[in-house]
Write a protein that binds this ligand. Structure first.
Ligand SMILES: Cc1ncc(C[n+]2csc(CCOP(=O)(O)OP(=O)(O)O)c2C)c(N)n1
Ligand SMILES: [Mg+2]
Length: 353
């Protein structure tokens, strides 16, 4: 019956029909999600451990002057990228922000070429031309990490338009921060995606701050409510629990793949370090960081895997040691990698990521 309506009538009718998931306010902890099979749970933990140790290495190398420009670290938010990426397939596309190392590793960018990129080396994933903020790796579905706040929203919406035309079931994902929801194109893109019923998953990582500003001081109402006004299913998840994020993403991606149009997840999370390397994060309330660390994504995942997933603590310890060794190797190889030949800068426009 909806087929017989015109575009705007159809949207109005669909909005009226939409079943908004029974939803939590910020205070109620959202559902926890079922654990995947053992091997997959261990892989999910491995990715999060890799991101944590990789970021700590980048931080150390930045302080030694080996990483130029700036860095925006993902420490504390690992569960969001890994949980969502674990729900994706090869046909999907992902756009992220300048805080993009975590998403890059989560979608499978080679850690050595990512670190080499941070170090400006010729062997970097973008040939040393991007540095920390603008990583692209089309071979791993990553269409870009964007320095413009909310840039990923536009990029993923465009990618979703293209995917919908290809008709192969691909879904585009936009990761962005709480600060991006007050950009004009947030509303423009969500509206566009809803009207055209595009296969896109919007993932707002609400890490409580946009640079040095607490999000609630600049954001009216609840972020999770805004997409619902357009008829977009929208859910708040515990962004410190990778299995909760994974479960929500899995359902949302499935819905988008099956033609239900755009989907929205707000992941409640926290960044452990300052906005960028120049920021000592003195604006936080006393005790706030420690409170969030009590629900550290790695600790939460370890706890759930050992309590509910039939995993031994020793297996998790083994992953920790394996990643520690891997990251030491990344460091040594990265620092030994060649710098780009300045003569090749001329051919920058021909560089194919
Ligand atoms: C359009 C635009 N406006 C302002 C900036 C400067 N800026 C860079 S990061 C940032 C904060 C964004 O916060 P949020 O979206 O919450 O992401 P987070 O850094 O917390 O991951 C701002 C204002 C920018 N890069 N782009
Ligand atoms: Mg933020």
């Amino acid at each position: 019956m909806l087929e017989s309506l015109t575009g705007s009538e159809r949207v109005a009718a669909e909005v009226a029909q939409v079943q908004v998931p029974a939803q939590a306010g910020t205070k109620q902890r959202p559902k926890a999600g079922v654990l995947p099979k053992r091997a997959e749970s261990l892989e999910i933990y491995r990715r999060m451990r890799l991101i944590r140790d990789f970021e700590e290495l980048v931080q150390a190398l930045f302080l030694k002057g080996e990483v130029h420009g700036t860095t925006h670290l993902y420490i504390g938010q690992e569960a969001d990228a890994v949980g969502v990426a674990s729900a994706l397939g090869d046909e999907d596309r992902v756009a992220a922000t300048y805080r993009g190392h975590g998403v890059s590793l989560a979608v499978g960018v080679d850690p050595q070429s990512l670190l080499d990129e941070m170090l400006g080396r010729a062997t970097g994933v973008c040939g040393g031309r991007s540095g920390s903020m603008n990583i692209v790796d089309l071979s791993h579905r990553l269409i870009g990490c964007f320095g413009i706040v909310g840039g990923s929203i536009g990029a993923a919406t465009g990618a979703a338009l293209s995917l919908s035309r290809q008709g192969k079931g691909g879904v585009a994902v936009a990761f962005f921060g709480d600060g991006a929801v007050n950009q004009g194109y947030f509303g423009e893109c969500l509206n566009f995606a809803r009207v055209l019923s595009l296969p896109v998953l919007y993932v707002c990582e609400n890490n409580r701050y946009g640079e040095f500003t607490p999000f609630e001081s600049v954001t009216a109402g609840e972020i999770v409510e805004r997409p619902k006004t357009l008829g977009i299913p929208s859910e708040q998840v515990d962004g410190m629990d990778v299995f909760a994020v994974r479960a929500a993403a899995d359902e949302a991606v499935k819905r988008a793949r099956e033609g239900a149009g755009p989907q929205f997840i707000e992941a409640l999370t926290y960044r452990y370090v300052g906005h960028s390397r120049a920021d000592p994060a003195k604006y936080r309330k006393p005790g706030e960081l420690d409170e969030w660390k009590e629900r550290d994504p790695l600790t939460v995942a370890r706890g759930r895997m050992t309590e509910e997933g039939g995993v031994e603590a020793s297996e998790v310890d083994e992953i920790d040691s394996e990643i520690e060794a891997l990251v030491a190797q990344l460091r040594a190889e990265g620092l030994a990698a060649p710098m780009p030949d300045p003569a090749e800068l001329e051919s920058a426009s021909e560089f194919k990521p």
